[in-house]
Design a protein around this ligand. Structure first.
Ligand code: KIV
Length: 271
């Protein structure tokens, strides 16, 4: 269980960084799993646009719409009692203008009841970040491998390995913090760079493939549970192999139905 027993807020996350207490974050997309993760003491539930790949079966996160994000975020927010719920702003729902970002974030707050939003990018999005923060919307940044830019990157390889790119990422992180972001996800960057960002910015860093010196860690729940088998990033430790469990359970059910073993008398209604 986390060191923080009360409802998690941005202030609680800030205090956790200061106290050196690691933040535990996972993605969630529906009520059932979100409730279980909340009960397990996860601090932050991110309704990630990874819903596109691990739930909708898309190849990238780009196709998921704001309407779909609002739908999934509402299910998660309904389940969370203690965890802080963050909703991802999907591709093109915040890049056009700060006003557009505010409208999109406002929908996630009002219609889905998330407590914060996440968006990808650094200095290119600080105007939007500042606009949201001014409107009272907590913002989580996301730097490094930002999946909405996958076609610009061309590969899912580790980002910011060179000195110039590392300096750019540091400047982006500082700009996000200055614009009022309350936390930053660092995805697939060298551990030394993530450690440096974590030292430099006053807000929590949440790593995914960014080494152990971040203030917290996040994984995609479907990776962590071994539910998503299409590919396995090196950083995605699997705590269970649920895909196998589910296939085995469904096969057993099939055997029972075909063999006349299900339902039994106890599972049927009389007289
Ligand atoms: O969409 C997502 O799941 C994310 C995490 C990988 C941080 O952005």
């Amino acid at each position: 269980m986390s060191a923080v027993d009360r409802k998690i807020t941005t202030e609680a996350l800030r205090q956790m960084k200061q106290a050196g207490q690691r933040i535990v974050a996972l993605t969630a997309y529906d009520w059932t799993l979100a409730r279980l993760l909340d009960e397990a003491g996860v601090d932050v539930l991110l309704v990630g646009d990874s819903v596109a790949t691990v739930v909708q079966g898309e190849d990238t996160t780009i196709p998921v719409t704001l309407d779909e994000m609002v739908y999934h975020a509402r299910l998660v927010a309904r389940a969370a009692r203690r965890a802080f719920v963050v909703g991802d702003l999907p591709f093109l729902s915040y890049q056009i203008s700060a006003e557009d970002a505010l409208r999109s974030a406002g929908r996630l707050m009002k219609e889905a009841r998330v407590e914060a939003v996440k968006l990808e990018g650094g200095r290119a999005v600080v105007e939007a970040v500042a606009r949201l923060v001014t409107a009272g919307i907590p913002v989580m940044g996301h730097l490094g491998l930002t999946p909405q830019s996958i076609h610009a990157f061309g590969t899912y390889r580790v980002r910011a390995t060179g000195a110039d790119d590392a300096a750019q990422l540091l400047a982006d992180a500082e700009a996000l913090a200055d614009a009022g972001a309350f936390a930053i996800v660092l995805e697939k960057v060298p551990a030394t760079l993530a450690a440096e960002v974590t030292r430099r910015v006053p807000i929590p860093t949440i790593g995914i493939g960014a080494g152990k010196h971040c203030d917290g860690q996040i994984l995609v729940t479907h990776d962590m549970l071994g539910l998503f088998e299409r590919f396995k990033p090196r950083f995605a430790r699997r705590y269970r192999e649920l895909a196998k469990e589910i296939r085995d359970a469904a096969a057993e059910f099939g055997l029972d139905v075909r063999g006349g073993e299900f339902p039994s008398a106890d599972e049927s209604y009389g007289p």
